[in-house]
Design a binder for this molecule. Structure first.
Ligand code: G1P
Length: 289
């Protein structure tokens, strides 16, 4: 990779069954961390790493995500009339900040299949992938950390994080030659291995920087774990070609796709808000007594 990252793909076609009934009529990507939809946190991470265009891989009934990044004329008009300048500017900033392209994943055939649906919108350049379930609170945006290594080495990059052995079956798991900084030249990567077959305890976090030829790899993959086309299996091909770097990301990762992780993310982000921190701490001390 020898140019800035311009485009990122954000898969958002899932049904959000883990968050029913909240997700019956609302896309799970619109569920807020404090007051900000998770998809907005993800988009802001990509923008702060220099991305200019977000390719949203959407499914049926996910129109609210596009509306969120569009102008909201009536709302903006009301906010302006009522002199709510800061709120108006915040709402306007969201829609003006990003160019959103939306493509459809017509069948739920897996993460690799979702990324492949973005092929024509991405074209022939390097691109990022950010999964909305992984919210990473970091000084340097997680996807930006990957871009830095991809540019330095010319290799594709995947974010890694150590997890307890009891959790490896929930993740892609990678191993390879350790290099400076705890990063890894990946030579093996497996999607959701049983504990006794995991190559390590380094789990894939949902951030990737990928070359355009990964689309050819994805298009030719057989179904993998769970009968789905797995992005991890495409990464395994890149790893065999010695073209994949595992980047140990700095930052705190929350699994916002899990109910407990989601609640924890809300508490953690609320504790970072100057107006919420003290009253929340006081209340937490009260309830955990
Ligand atoms: C996906 C990927 C997996 C990765 C995980 C990170 O799985 O397939 O490799 O470790 O995201 O959150 P999912 O959690 O969507 O099942």
């Amino acid at each position: 990779m020898n140019h800035p990252l311009r485009k990122v793909v954000v898969p958002a076609a899932g049904l959000g069954t883990r968050f029913l009934p909240a997700t019956k009529a609302i896309p799970k990507e619109m569920l807020p961390i404090v007051d900000t939809p998770t998809i907005q946190l993800i988009v802001e991470e990509a923008l702060s790493a220099g991305a200019q265009e977000v390719v949203l891989v959407n499914g049926r009934g996910k129109g609210a995500i596009e509306d969120h990044f569009d102008r909201a004329y009536e709302l903006e008009d009301q906010l302006q009339r009522k002199g709510k300048k800061e709120l108006f500017e915040e709402v306007r900033r969201i829609s003006d900040s990003v160019r959103l392209v939306s493509v459809r994943q017509k069948e739920p055939l897996g993460l690799g299949h979702a990324v492949l649906a973005a092929r024509h919108a991405v074209g022939t350049e390097w691109f990022g992938v950010l999964l909305g379930d992984d919210v990473v609170d970091a000084d340097e945006p997680a996807i930006g950390q990957l871009v830095r290594f991809a540019r330095k080495t010319g290799k594709a990059a995947v974010a890694l994080m150590p997890v307890p052995e009891t959790q490896v079956h929930l993740y892609g798991v990678a191993a390879g030659r350790a290099i400076e900084g705890g990063h890894v030249e990946v030579d093996r990567i497996v999607e959701k291995p049983p504990r006794d077959r995991a190559p390590s305890t380094l789990a894939v976090v949902g951030r990737y920087v990928l070359p355009p030829d990964v689309f050819d790899i994805l298009a030719n993959l057989p179904a993998g774990a769970g009968g789905e086309i797995q992005l991890t299996d495409a990464l395994a091909v890149l790893a065999q070609q010695k073209r994949l770097l595992g980047v140990r990301i700095q930052g705190v990762r929350h699994d916002a796709g899990d109910r407990l992780g989601y609640v924890q993310a809300n508490v953690a982000y609320a504790l970072k808000r100057p107006d919420l921190r003290e009253p929340l701490l006081a209340w937490l001390r009260e309830v955990v007594k």
